[in-house]
Design a protein around this ligand. Structure first.
Ligand SMILES: *[C@@H]1O[C@H](CO)[C@@H](O)[C@H](O)[C@H]1NC(C)=O
Ligand SMILES: *[C@@H]1O[C@H](CO)[C@@H](O)[C@H](O)[C@H]1NC(C)=O
Ligand SMILES: *[C@@H]1O[C@H](CO)[C@@H](O)[C@H](O)[C@H]1NC(C)=O
Length: 261
């Protein structure tokens, strides 16, 4: 616009300069100072408005959250059916420590929170009773003790290899019970999770809560080695439906295990 108008007079050397700033009209990039000021003002107001909207939305959202109550608690009372080592295909050579070291390490680090010294800080609860806690005083809830020594042969204390070196591996489950033709030992005995570990009051209120565990020692023998065994674990609990076809994975976990000599 302005630059083309000036072109014949200033020749080629100055024409580029003129398209950026025109000294005659005081236009910068084709706009006057007041025009630029208006544009800046518009964007300033526009972005302030956007930031305000964001802050308001965030504030409303945070107001609706409660630090002490888990927002979604449909499954919270039940520990997930998770196995440790965290693998659905446990294969190792029992004569080769390098092959099972990862499983042993995994179990060992997982059980750190269950160290007897750590768990001494928690309550020694009454077996067979729900550990109900009132909402009195502060919201903090006490947690029941679950010492790793409860897991006996699978605690990693007496047998630091969790049975992997003898070909009788331990697997940890957060569930009630397990059954299978393979003979197994459960720790704590019968593979029960005591009522005292429930209810769970949520992460914030129940900061020291450690999920109760069941350890299973698979008593494999020579005949079981060198083939892939499939093990299914199910929760047999009063409230948990595990035969529901709509959710085949609720309350059960299946994993494969293979031990070679
Ligand atoms: C298992 O490990 C031992 C010792 O390292 C080795 O002699 C044997 O061949 C391994 N077995 C298999 C099936 O790889
Ligand atoms: C747990 O106990 C083991 C062996 O007793 C020890 O090596 C480890 O440092 C302890 N961990 C914690 C977090 O206390
Ligand atoms: C949780 O454990 C910490 C450290 O052991 C302790 O200070 C805190 O009081 C415990 N919380 C509750 C609610 O028992």
């Amino acid at each position: 616009m302005a630059s083309t108008e000036n072109k014949p007079a200033n020749k080629e050397n100055t024409s580029n300069w003129n398209s950026i700033f025109n000294p005659r009209t005081g236009e910068l990039l084709g706009r006057t100072a007041s025009s630029w000021a208006l544009i800046l003002l518009f964007y300033l107001v526009f972005y302030c408005f956007l930031a305000g909207m964001f802050a308001l939305t965030m504030w409303v959202l945070l107001l609706s959250l409660d630090d002490y109550v888990p927002r979604y608690r449909d499954r919270v009372p039940f520990p997930g059916l998770v196995i440790r080592p965290e693998s659905l295909d446990i294969t190792f050579n029992k004569s080769d420590p390098l092959k099972y070291a990862q499983y042993v390490q995994h179990l060992e680090s997982f059980l750190q929170r269950y160290n007897d010294t750590e768990q001494e800080k928690n309550e020694d609860c009454n077996r067979g009773e729900y550990f109900l806690q009132d909402n009195t005083e502060d919201m903090a809830k006490k947690a029941c003790r679950f010492k790793r020594s409860f897991l006996s042969l699978c605690s990693g204390l007496s047998d630091t290899n969790f049975g992997y070196s003898e070909g009788k591996p331990c697997v940890l489950l957060k569930m009630n019970r397990k059954d299978s033709p393979i003979s197994m030992q459960y720790f704590p005995s019968e593979g029960r999770i005591d009522k005292m570990y429930f209810p769970y009051y949520g992460k914030k209120a129940h900061e020291n809560y450690t999920q109760p565990l069941v350890a299973v020692k698979l008593l494999l023998t020579r005949e079981d080695y060198n083939k892939e065994l499939s093990v299914e674990c199910r929760v047999e609990g009063s409230d948990l439906r595990n035969n529901d076809d709509r959710d085949k994975f609720l309350g059960r976990v299946t994993f494969r295990i293979k031990v070679v000599e």
